[in-house]
Design a protein around this ligand. Structure first.
Ligand code: SF4
Length: 139
């Protein structure tokens, strides 16, 4: 599966959940997307839910912005750097971000970054349409 295929599939799953939540306020929607609730009520949203496993080791993980509005990925690569294809980057060059570098590829490593999973941050730019938030800045 390419990143774009995953992105489109994830957008569809997000939209289906949001259709069920139209009566909820913004705050209630954000609460609904807390990891602990999603594992129980939306078990098919993320493969990690099957094992009750978080993608980041943090007490408070919100899944609403999963994918992250700042993450950029190009399945064909953005450029070539020292013979390796650069596939992904961070648009805000987050200080917690790192790079995973293999023999042929460079990927953004977001494992230490919690920006998109913090409720105080997603409340500032909340949109009920996940795609609008995610596609604000083009790849
Ligand atoms: S934020 Fe992490 S745990 Fe939540 S849906 Fe995304 S990958 Fe899964």
């Amino acid at each position: 599966m390419t990143y774009q295929e995953w992105f489109n599939a994830h957008a569809s799953k997000h939209a289906v959940i949001m259709e069920k939540l139209t009566a909820l306020s913004e705050s209630e929607v954000i609460e609904y997307f807390r990891f602990e609730n999603m594992v129980i009520n939306e078990p098919n949203f993320c493969l990690l839910y099957t094992d009750n496993k978080k993608c980041h080791e943090t007490e408070h993980l919100n899944c609403y912005w999963c994918a992250c509005p700042h993450f950029r990925f190009n399945d064909k690569g953005f450029s070539t750097q020292e013979g390796k294809i650069l596939y992904s980057t961070c648009s805000i060059d987050c200080k917690e971000g790192k790079r995973f570098i293999s023999d042929t590829a460079i990927h953004q490593d977001c494992t230490s970054c919690l920006i998109p999973h913090q409720e105080k941050i997603l409340k500032k730019d909340f949109n009920r349409n996940w795609r609008i938030t995610m596609e604000k800045a083009p790849c």
